[in-house]
Design a protein around this ligand. Sequence first.
Ligand code: DHK
Length: 145
Amino acid sequence: MSKKRVLVLNGPNLNMLGIREPELYGNGDYASLVRYVKKSAADLGLKVRVAQSNCEGRLVSLIQRAYKRADGIVINAGAYTHTSVAILDALKAVRLPVVEVHLTDISSREEFRRFSYVSLAAEKTIAGKGFEGYKEALEHFADKA
Ligand code: DHK
């Protein structure tokens, strides 16, 4: 059986990990997150593509590109989580299973972070577990037959 292909997508400011608010997001930088995701995927027997963009339209295009090229999407849309109907529509358009990830617990932060458009397209949301949340999201796809 061929390996499942998962697109791991990160939105704005996640490239600033290690620098941005370490008390919230931790000390690990974006390169170490990418390494962690790739290692987790390899351990789970998944084929992974990891991408990051600060631009909403670019994220929409990357989601569209996943159509017929990926079996699932793991997404941390950063601040676009709370604002982007365009990203929600793209996730719905490609009809792929989606797991939403957040490094922090968005339900216990500012009021404006409590609502997530991405959740409306996601099978599962994992928040507040740091890098480990990405591994848990990949496990969701590895567990599926
Ligand atoms: C990342 C961001 O950049 C924020 O805008 C979200 C999310 C939370 C995270 O916890 O990974 O509100």
